[in-house]
Design a protein around this ligand. Structure first.
Ligand code: ZN
Length: 75
């Protein structure tokens, strides 16, 4: 998790914390405020249910160190 510290910093901002309920109610992301309606798999949608973080931000902050699906399929 190379960007974990960055994520912790973002999540500790009061503005981001305050957006949580609104983000869940409107199916948007509390970090980027973008739509959060599509998820790759069940763990990702569960993560949104817990954290209100969209797939794109999950990829960016949680899975930055993992190979992309394109990289895996070209093996
Ligand atoms: Zn987002």
């Amino acid at each position: 998790m190379p960007r974990l510290n960055e994520l912790i910093e973002i999540l500790s901002e009061p503005a981001v914390t305050e957006r949580y309920a609104h983000a869940k109610a409107t199916k948007t992301c509390k970090i980027c405020k973008g739509p959060a309606t599509r998820f790759r798999n069940t763990p990702s949608s569960c993560e949104y249910a817990i954290s209100a973080i969209c797939q794109r931000c999950q990829d960016l902050y949680f899975y930055d160190c993992l190979p992309s699906e394109e990289a895996l399929s070209s093996l």
